[in-house]
Design a protein around this ligand. Structure first.
Ligand code: ZN
Length: 236
């Protein structure tokens, strides 16, 4: 699976067939790279191959950002960090789960949540890893020319989306999926399903040209209108 350029200095790195799981790579002017999310435990080899395909060295990845502590985002994080020696960053409220390699307890108001709740950590968890530093809502991370943290809790307590103003790319994390169409995330793993829906409304207030999703292909044309229409209950 090869990297797909979504904007100037931003690539989507698919790690599962049919764009079902993606990571994103953002380049800074100094040549350093930031990776958002590390896929499942199968993803690291694919991510490193995509990096090589772009002609970049592992050591160029200076930072690994984790949108949240689910196994399809953080499952490959330990191996990617080990291969790149990158600093690992996540939201303040998500760090404990990353450090312990476990998903936050799901909302038991859904059937999927109750099912996940009963599964052991060896099934729902991932390999724990150190978090170098944490961030909070509204911070502009000094990475890839500036990356705005947009806290979108409810999928998990510290779930974040990111806006990269210099390229016009919004990275939704799991606040929204784009599997066949723009849609809500799967409810089962959410810690607070209702909050995940209401907090996603923040994405409609942002200015962006391209929307990048972890699950599903990115949208390069009319992304802002499509996201706003979905959030307003008028899916395109
Ligand atoms: Zn998730």
């Amino acid at each position: 699976m090869t990297a797909v350029q979504v904007a100037d200095g931003v690539w989507r790195l698919p790690t599962a067939p049919a764009d079902l799981v993606n990571s994103y790579l953002l380049a800074g002017d100094d040549g350093s790279l930031v990776l958002l999310d590390a896929g499942t435990r199968r993803a690291p080899a694919r991510l490193l191959a995509a990096l090589a395909g772009l002609g970049r060295a592992r050591e160029d990845v200076t930072h690994l950002l984790l949108s949240h502590a689910h196994l399809d985002h953080a499952g490959g994080a330990h191996a990617v960090q080990a291969a790149t020696a990158s600093a690992v960053l996540t939201h303040e409220r998500e760090a404990v789960y990353v450090r312990e390699g476990r998903m936050p307890a799901p909302d038991r108001s859904t059937r999927g949540g109750r099912l996940l709740h009963r599964l052991p950590k060896r099934v729902t968890g991932f390999r724990a890893l150190e978090v170098s530093s944490t961030f909070n809502d509204g911070e502009v991370l000094p990475l890839a020319g500036g990356l705005l943290v947009v806290h979108t809790p409810g999928h998990t307590p510290g779930h974040c989306s990111f806006l990269h103003p210099s390229s016009g790319v919004l990275l939704t994390g799991d606040a929204l999926f784009n599997v066949r169409r723009i849609r809500w995330s799967v409810a089962g793993p959410c810690t607070d399903v209702r909050l995940s829906r209401t907090s996603a409304a923040r994405l409609g207030e942002l200015d962006f040209a391209v929307a990048g999703f972890i699950h599903g292909p990115h949208v390069a044309d009319g992304a802002q209108a499509a996201v706003r229409a979905f959030l307003a209950g008028r899916p395109s």
